[in-house]
Write a protein that binds this ligand. Structure first.
Ligand SMILES: Nc1ncnc2c1ncn2[C@@H]1O[C@H](COP(=O)(O)OP(=O)(O)OP(=O)(O)O)[C@@H](O)[C@H]1O
Ligand SMILES: [Mg+2]
Length: 352
């Protein structure tokens, strides 16, 4: 992979809690981490995946590019949540030309939106496991108004959106480049963000299941706000362990634990449902990312329910990192939050 001047891209993950930006450089020795930075998103700027405060967000993105001294204007961004539907469908094997019409005419059955309101993309995944006359096709539908909203935002920030990806794909993209992972083992990638969780179950670079749900660290903050007389900022500080002297700290820990256990149950259900439907084919490992990994009890709960093979993703392992530029503690702190931005930065303009 060579990033020429023309197809160089910056990965931009616009989270509802943190914006992350990553720029990579290809050298003879491998892909080097050139820039990585994060900035807090103002609370309420993005709600349920939709942009509420466009000028504010555009300013935050602009400021982040400035503080990181990133001059490149071509960006890859991603979307997720409610307005994105990902389905693997089973259809009769046919030439690519005919497939297009079939997907569009059948799409209404499995996409809960009006077909005129969505952009549809698809990829043939191979022969169906049920019949050699059938094939599996991965279909992605994204609401047009959501895409338009993000394009407007990027333009307002003075940048050019060259790729609009999906969070779960970006996560997969970085995972596949991690040096120490055995891609043959069935692996569940789980990114628990502030407002959503993205799941992608993979085997040998093929996705067996992808899904987003509304679990996230905001659940903890909302619960703290409803039970204690604190402001939004204070609630965030308590949850992030930055305000230890506030009364009721123990109760907050209990709330965190309860919610972490609910995430753990959801994940175990996904694993069990898959294992049952696939004749007990085992899910071999779970790799966690997103701010949720910092919530006490989450990983421990999975360890006790699932077994040993739970790890936290460090996407920087896919890259050459200059320790003088990015300290070990910076890498440890930001690693779990960085996969989607890095997965996006690894894309090229001519990628699909
Ligand atoms: N050290 C920490 N301890 C506890 N929680 C943390 C810590 N760091 C981050 N978080 C939580 O993680 C959240 C941010 O995670 P992340 O960056 O994955 O979310 P996001 O990508 O902005 O959200 P989304 O993808 O859902 O829009 C913060 O809102 C915070 O609650
Ligand atoms: Mg996120």
């Amino acid at each position: 992979m060579i990033f020429g001047k023309k197809d160089h891209l910056v990965g931009l993950d616009i989270g509802s809690s943190f914006i992350k930006v990553a720029e990579l450089k290809v050298t003879g020795k491998g892909i080097v981490l050139h820039k990585f930075g994060m900035a807090r998103t103002k609370p309420g700027s993005i709600v349920e995946g939709r942009i509420v405060d466009m000028p504010g967000l555009a300013n935050d993105i602009r400021a982040l590019f400035k503080s990181q001294k990133i001059r490149e204007k071509n960006v890859a961004i991603s979307t997720g949540g409610h307005s994105v539907v990902i389905k693997t469908i089973n259809t009769a094997t046919r030439p690519e030309k005919e497939l297009h019409n079939t997907i569009y005419s059948e799409a209404e059955q499995y996409i809960p939106y009006d077909i005129d309101d969505v952009n549809i993309d698809y990829q043939v995944m191979g022969e169906s496991e049920f019949s050699s006359d059938q094939m599996n096709v991965l279909v992605v539908a994204v609401k047009k108004d959501l895409v338009a909203e993000y394009i407007d935002l990027i333009h307002l920030a003075g940048l050019y959106p060259k790729i609009i990806d999906v969070d779960t794909f970006a996560l997969q993209n970085v995972y596949e480049k991690l040096p120490s992972e055995n891609l043959e083992i069935i692996t569940l990638l789980v990114d628990v963000g502030a407002s959503k969780t993205s799941l992608n179950m993979l085997k040998a670079k093929t996705s067996l299941m992808m899904r987003d749900n509304v679990s996230g660290t905001n659940q903890i903050i909302e619960e703290v706000l409803s039970r204690f007389d604190v402001t939004m900022d204070e609630a965030e500080q308590i949850v992030n362990g930055e305000a230890n002297d506030i009364a009721g700290k123990e109760s907050v820990q209990e709330i965190s634990l309860e919610i972490a256990q609910s995430w753990c149950s959801e994940i175990c259900e996904v694993v069990n449902t898959y294992q049952t439907s696939a004749n007990d084919e085992k899910v071999g490992k779970i790799i966690l990312s997103g701010g949720g990994v910092f919530v006490k009890g989450f990983k421990d709960c999975l360890l006790s329910e699932f077994g040993d093979d739970i790890s936290i993703m460090n996407p920087f392992e896919a890259l050459i990192v200059d320790k003088k530029k990015f300290s070990d503690s910076f890498i440890t702190r930001t690693g779990p939050l960085a996969p989607i931005a890095i997965g996006l930065a690894l894309r090229r303009v001519d990628d699909k």
